[in-house]
Design a binder for this molecule. Structure first.
Ligand code: FEO
Ligand code: CA
Ligand code: CA
Ligand code: CA
Length: 673
């Protein structure tokens, strides 16, 4: 259902510079294309980390047991080929278990899943949500590798699969409720017994958080007039979290869920476009929405409740160990279409949170807490995300050290300290800077990026990696860059000045430029990708990304699975493993038809990997697309023929379902070795 996912369409009307213009200038200045060899270009783009690795202080206490990579981490598996099959493929010596499917019972008294799609809204509140995305494993009983709380996001829902054959006719309040309850978070108490993982269904820890769960709003924007609604005159209480894309976690044991495309739920039945500047910049629909909640739930009609949308687009902190705790929206981290968040420590133990705003031509941010992290003082640590400074990244082509390509700086978004914002009447106070984060970032001159998705911090070097998934809306090109459209994406990395996450300056590099040497065999064509990309590991649209404790970089894709045209030979969405030192990339897993692979977490021993298969059977771009009969939309066709595009995880389920997949090594070893 692509009409729910409009992040390809930019809403950034500022004339800020685009990152590609900076890359082009960098490349021109160093003259590598003029030297005449495409291979040189590719090698340049894949400059290794070796000069830098191993020199940095070990500041991270909580990433696990990695030991600094003097050379790269061991990647021991035999890579797999592409696949367009409707199944999960893993390397020789590995096994995959399907787990926690959409609709599976979460509680001992949960209603059973109905394969015909007729479960009610109340049923859905007691079952696993839909469209699994970011996820984190919190160990129980010390540092258990066999038992813990698996906390996962449910980003959105696909109506053509959510409902039975009657689909959206009639459209009812209970269908709206079911859709809202398919969103949010699941907390699952999980345990491994004789090699098999199960949900502990009678556990007190199991919890569903949905689009209707009561939450607290904290930080500088809490209580502001722009946050108040008829139902909540305090501006400090809100129902639910929505479009929970990817995630983060904190060193004090809480889960961070990130609200991404919240705009898609807000519209109006009034028939008139009365959106303000904020609503337009965040992409709220002028009139009706594809979700059609505004027809039964007034808070999603912006004409009736103009401030409700200001209460979404935040990072939400959840304590999974306390099932009665109230989730908290942390407004100090800014309001964007949050993809994920990744923490680091400054030298003086303040907490930094890196964040990307996933829309074509939007920005990369970091938050730096005012207070310091103190191990064991978790009540105090929990206030760290309420007070701090928010910055947005500006990249430049200044000369960097070593093999890195350019420099950059962090621009402060502070009403009192930034002269541009102080003079701008659109921001009466700092709360308005945070509520209108995108507008503030436009004003200070942040660099437009190609859809920043996940960010991850290397466990030893503190270098930060970010996927820029693709950008079909970019028109900036010049002689140095023949890619008129960025269809494949790239992974950028940066290191903070002095290796201190609090630094105001950084150096950046392109770790890998994805491309397709099968469709573009001429390696001087940048659409073939940088040097690390081969016909054997080609992929498009990197999205999920994360380091394991040994410093292996895991890359997940959410791109085209057409396996044709510019994507010929790339197969279904997949997961790869990269060595950040050598730049080597190997394919590890391929998903079933029409899915994306997202979400990544491990048990502390690194021997169990959890990943998510999201939206198997998505029709858009599917290689074997059946054509609906005349007069029937694709969604109506699927509602009547729910197994037409995918039967994963099992045809007897009646329809494809998002699910977690648990990967283990048959010999019980560490994943990736
Ligand atoms: Fe929810 Fe940007 O992926
Ligand atoms: Ca994503
Ligand atoms: Ca996605
Ligand atoms: Ca994506």
């Amino acid at each position: 259902m692509s009409y729910f996912d409009q992040d390809d369409l930019p809403s950034n009307l500022s004339d800020n510079e685009h990152f590609q213009q900076i890359v082009d200038r960098t490349v021109s200045r160093r003259g590598f294309l003029k030297s005449g060899v495409g291979l040189g270009a590719a090698a340049f783009l894949a400059a290794p980390l070796a000069a830098n690795a191993g020199k940095h202080a070990h500041q991270h206490m909580d990433h696990g047991r990695g030991h600094g990579p003097k050379k790269g981490p061991r990647i021991g598996f035999t890579p797999i080929g592409t696949s367009s099959a409707d199944t999960i493929v893993v390397p020789e010596g590995y096994q995959a278990q399907v787990f926690a499917r959409w609709g599976d019972p979460l509680f001992i008294d949960s209603p059973a899943w109905r394969p015909d799609g007729t479960n009610t809204g109340a049923d859905q509140a007691r079952q696993i949500g839909d469209n699994h995305d970011g996820m984190h494993f919190f160990p129980l009983r010390g540092k258990s590798d066999k038992e813990g709380l698996l906390v996962m996001n449910h980003e959105y829902t696909n109506y053509e699969y959510l409902f039975g054959a009657e689909f959206m006719t009639p459209w009812t309040a209970d269908k709206v409720l079911k859709a809202q309850n398919a969103h949010g978070i699941s907390v699952l108490h999980v345990r491994q017994h004789k090699g098999k993982w199960d949900i502990v269904r009678n556990s007190k820890y199991n919890r569903r958080i949905t689009g209707n769960t009561p939450m607290q709003i904290s930080g500088p924007a809490a209580g502001h007039s722009l946050m108040r609604t008829k139902a909540d005159p305090s501006g400090k209480r809100v129902l639910g979290t929505l479009n929970n894309c990817a995630n983060g976690f904190t060193p004090w044991g809480t889960y961070l869920t990130c609200e991404e495309n919240f705009n898609g739920y807000f519209g109006t039945t009034s028939g008139a476009d009365t959106r303000d500047e904020i609503m337009r910049r965040y992409g709220i629909s002028a009139r009706g929405t594809g979700y059609r909640w505004e027809e039964f739930d007034e808070r999603f009609d912006y004409a009736k409740e103009p401030n409700e949308s200001n209460r979404f687009g935040w990072v939400v902190e959840i304590d999974p160990y306390d099932p009665r705790s109230t989730p908290v929206k942390r407004t100090a981290l800014g309001r964007i279409k949050h993809e994920n968040c990744a923490y680091a420590f400054t030298r003086d133990r303040r907490v930094v949170v890196y964040m990307g705003d996933d829309q074509a031509n939007d920005y990369i941010y970091k938050f730096v807490s005012d207070g310091r992290f103190v191990p064991g003082k978790d009540a105090q640590n929990r206030r760290l995300l309420d007070n701090g400074k928010l910055y947005v990244a500006k990249f430049s082509d200044g000369a960097a050290s070593g093999d890195f390509m350019g420099t950059g700086e962090w621009l402060l978004l502070d009403k009192r300290a930034n002269a541009t914002l102080a003079a701008d009447g659109r921001f009466a106070d700092q709360a308005e800077v945070l509520i209108k984060t995108r507008l503030a970032a436009d004003a200070v001159g942040a660099t437009k990026m190609d859809r920043p998705e996940w960010i991850t911090v290397h466990p030893d070097t503190n270098e930060v990696y970010c996927t820029l998934t693709n950008n079909s809306s970019r028109s900036v090109t010049d002689d140095a860059n023949p890619r008129t459209q960025n269809r494949f994406g790239q992974i950028i990395r940066w290191r903070e000045a002095g290796n201190d996450a609090a630094a105001m300056r950084f150096e950046w590099d392109l770790f890998v430029v994805a491309g397709n040497p099968i469709a573009y065999p001429d390696r001087s064509d940048l659409r073939s990708g940088s040097a690390a990309i081969t016909a054997d590991n080609t992929f498009n649209s990197p999205d999920g990304i994360g380091f394991d404790a040994d410093g292996r970089l895991w890359i997940q894709t959410d791109g085209s699975y057409s396996n044709s045209g510019v994507y010929a030979g790339q197969g279904n969405n997949q997961m790869l493993c990269a060595d950040p030192v050598s730049g080597e990339i190997k394919r590890f897993l391929v998903g079933p038809s029409g899915c994306e692979i997202t979400g990544l977490t491990f048990t502390p021993d690194g021997k169990t990997m959890f990943i998510n298969v999201q939206h198997p059977g998505e029709a858009s771009g599917h290689p074997n697309s059946p054509t609906p009969p005349a007069g029937q939309s694709m969604d109506q066709f699927i509602a009547a023929n729910p197994l037409a595009f995918s039967q994963w995880p099992e045809a007897s389920g009646g329809r494809p379902r998002s699910a977690t997949v648990i990967v283990t090594k048959k010999d019980g070893g560490v994943i990736g070795t």
